[in-house]
Design a protein around this ligand. Structure first.
Ligand SMILES: Cc1ncc(COP(=O)(O)O)c(C=O)c1O
Length: 375
């Protein structure tokens, strides 16, 4: 079951209780007092939020419990806990701890890469169009030129065209890609990485890694050992359901990571996020059930859309992009008026809607509203 047994208000009360408890009795764990049996609830606003590719099922119950266990450590910097998480992630990814950089969400990793590697002097950022825009904004603010290369007809990154861009300081490859949920085939990506040398750095954003099950897809983390110019970004915001907590990480060679670390705020990941991330990694069910529920619900909604005549781009993520066969913006607004929030406009695909896969009842609410506004 994926319903909630701890409300936000109760959670806040517990946080207060945790702080008080820490003052009088620092060694006491709060775990016994917190009856957590299920992951967290969707917000109680009446809004169906299918706009941000979040995980509607919430964090692992083990993550919730782990956070209650560190309430009393909120007065401490996260040093030891962050170190332990880096070690755990290093082991998981078959690298050393100094090859891991924890970030305040993977968004911080993207920002650090843009700031450290691109700019008027350092060179251009090369991205697909459309892709996740955050890094474009950071590079632009940093004075870098941004070159957008349209996706191929199969919605993969056009790596041949991306390779042709001169003076590329950083190539950003989002795989699976947001907003299209499509993948760039592993053989093409491996080939591109092996042919691209310093001073060009490649950043592969694997935020949706856990949702991809195509035999044409894999992580490029194993390639890092041979490529000092390769960085991979991962997040706890998606399958681990921790978008509000903010924890992500980068993997790269030691010197590459040290270069990014030099530009980072100290202690940028808070202790609650560190505790939750660490516990999540121990909960195999979080990934297995997250994948299964996402797949089932995705099949349900895409089948319904197809029956209505709307085709989706094959999705390898927790969202789908489908062709609404008219400008999407009025539909986005009309859905919002019905309390259903879907993804924003992506100007390269002005008649496509990005729809996060939520729980089945949320998708049913979406379909009901969509049938009305698209009629
Ligand atoms: C591809 C991609 N990368 C990075 C992020 C940022 O995630 P985080 O919450 O880890 O900052 C997102 C968020 O939606 C995303 O879609």
């Amino acid at each position: 079951m994926n319903t909630v047994s701890i409300s936000r208000r109760k959670f806040a009360q517990l946080l207060g209780a945790g702080a008080a408890c820490a003052v009088v009795k620092p060694a006491v764990s709060l775990a016994k007092t917190v009856p957590i049996t299920h992951p967290a609830a969707p917000p109680l606003t009446g809004i169906v939020r299918l706009s941000s590719n979040e995980n509607a099922y919430g964090p692992s119950p083990q993550a919730l419990k782990a956070m209650t266990n560190v309430f009393h450590l909120a007065c401490r910097y996260p040093d030891e806990n962050a170190k332990a998480l880096s070690e755990k992630l290093a082991k998981l990814n078959n690298v050393t701890p100094d090859q891991i950089l924890l970030g305040d969400g993977s968004g911080e990793v993207l920002k650090l890469c843009a700031e450290t590697l691109t700019g008027a002097q350092r060179g251009k950022l090369v991205v697909a169009d459309p892709t996740f825009e955050a890094i474009l904004h950071h590079a632009t603010v940093n004075g870098a030129e941004v070159v957008k290369v349209p996706l191929t007809n199969s919605f993969a990154h056009d790596l041949a065209k991306m390779a042709e861009v001169s003076n590329a300081a950083l190539v950003y490859i989002c795989n699976p890609n947001n907003p299209t949920a499509s993948i760039t085939p592993k053989n093409e990506l491996h080939d591109f990485i092996s042919k691209t040398s310093s001073p060009t750095t490649i950043l592969v954003d694997e935020a949706y890694f856990h949702y991809a099950d195509s035999s044409d897809y894999d992580s490029v983390i194993p390639l890092i050992k041979d490529h000092p110019n390769l960085i991979v970004a991962r997040t706890f915001s998606k399958i681990y359901g921790m978008a509000g907590l903010r924890c992500g990480y980068a993997v790269g060679q030691t010197e590459t990571i040290a270069q990014l670390r030099a530009h980072q705020s100290w202690d940028s990941v808070n202790i609650m996020a560190v505790a939750a991330a660490s516990a999540s990694l121990d909960d195999a069910n979080q990934v297995a059930s997250g994948r299964r529920l996402n797949q089932e619900t995705k099949t349900f909604v895409t089948t319904q859309l197809e029956a209505m005549g709307y085709n989706s781009i094959p999705s390898q993520a927790n969202f789908v992009m489908f062709d609404v066969k008219r400008p999407v913006v009025p539909l986005i607004k009309a859905l919002k008026d019905k309390n259903v929030e879907v993804g924003r406009l992506f100007p390269a695909l002005p008649s496509h809607m990005r729809l996060t896969i939520g729980k089945k009842n949320e998708m049913e609410a979406f379909l009901t509203a969509f049938r009305q506004v698209a009629a």
